[in-house]
Design a protein around this ligand. Structure first.
Ligand SMILES: Nc1ncnc2c1ncn2[C@@H]1O[C@H](COP(=O)(O)OP(=O)(O)OP(=O)(O)O)[C@@H](O)[C@H]1O
Ligand SMILES: [Mg+2]
Length: 225
């Protein structure tokens, strides 16, 4: 079953003479439970695509459907609620809340949505990501790799239907990267989650079910079967 679908997605930043066509007609489909890697050189439009997939920013043209629902037909309030219920983000710059400690950051999306925290599951995620000793620390007291792991834990903790991750292993060593991808795969299977992950690493991309190659805002390499 298709969970995520884009139709002719276009994003233009700025205006002439500084116009940038960051996305240029991207049409793609991701099945429920699929783990898709997006690769492409710096500036090719990967983060822009991920932001559109999650409804964080509105495209210049085209559409995104998640579970058959058209994201950009919702108003901003509806979209915010939809995002919080369905999507877990791991941002390239982590986007942790600096005045909240690690634990508070991890459970924030669950609390914002007024849901009960599955403590056992959160503990499992925290342990797997090696954050158990850091729960009371503030993000500013952590290394880049540790902050990245908190961002991953936050995305996983709410068990969203879809996880959109921008270079989730960008700051991790190769062994930790493999472990994080392993955790993503296990939880995605357990909770039937769909994962779309940007990576620079071919090695990491090969762990995905399918690879989408982006160049100059277009899909240039198909999803291998
Ligand atoms: N807010 C913005 N305003 C203007 N131009 C932007 C903006 N965001 C991105 N761009 C431009 O759009 C293009 C695609 O950027 P994007 O961040 O999607 O690339 P990327 O593939 O994620 O790169 P990287 O691997 O370096 O993270 C780039 O040319 C970038 O300069
Ligand atoms: Mg990027």
């Amino acid at each position: 079953m298709t969970l995520l679908r884009t139709v002719d997605l276009t994003k233009i930043y700025g205006r002439e003479p500084n116009l940038v066509k960051a996305l240029d007609g991207v049409t793609m489909e991701v099945r429920e439970g699929q783990f898709v890697a997006i690769v492409g050189s710096s500036g090719s439009g990967k983060s822009t695509l991920l932001h559109m997939l999650g409804g964080l920013d509105r495209p210049t043209g085209g559409q995104v459907f998640i579970g058959g629902k058209s994201l950009f037909e919702m108003n901003d309030d509806e979209l915010t609620v939809f995002r919080r219920r369905k999507i877990g983000f791991v941002f390239q710059q982590y986007n942790l809340v600096p005045i909240l400690n690690v634990y508070e950051n991890i459970v924030l999306p669950i609390e914002l949505d007024g849901n009960a925290i599955d403590r056992e599951f959160v503990e499992h995620v925290v342990r797997t990501l090696g954050l158990a000793q850091k729960l009371n620390s503030l993000p500013g007291e952590l290394s880049g790799g540790q902050q990245q792991r908190v961002a991953i834990a936050r995305a996983l903790a709410a068990k969203p239907a879809i996880i959109l991750a921008d270079e989730p292993t960008g700051n991790l060593d190769s062994r930790t990267s493999q472990e994080v991808i392993g955790l993503l795969k296990v939880t995605s299977r357990q909770f039937n989650q769909t994962i779309v992950m940007i990576t620079h690493s071919e090695e990491i991309a090969q762990l995905a079910d399918a690879v989408v190659r982006i160049g100059d805002g277009k899909i240039v390499g198909g999803m291998r079967p």
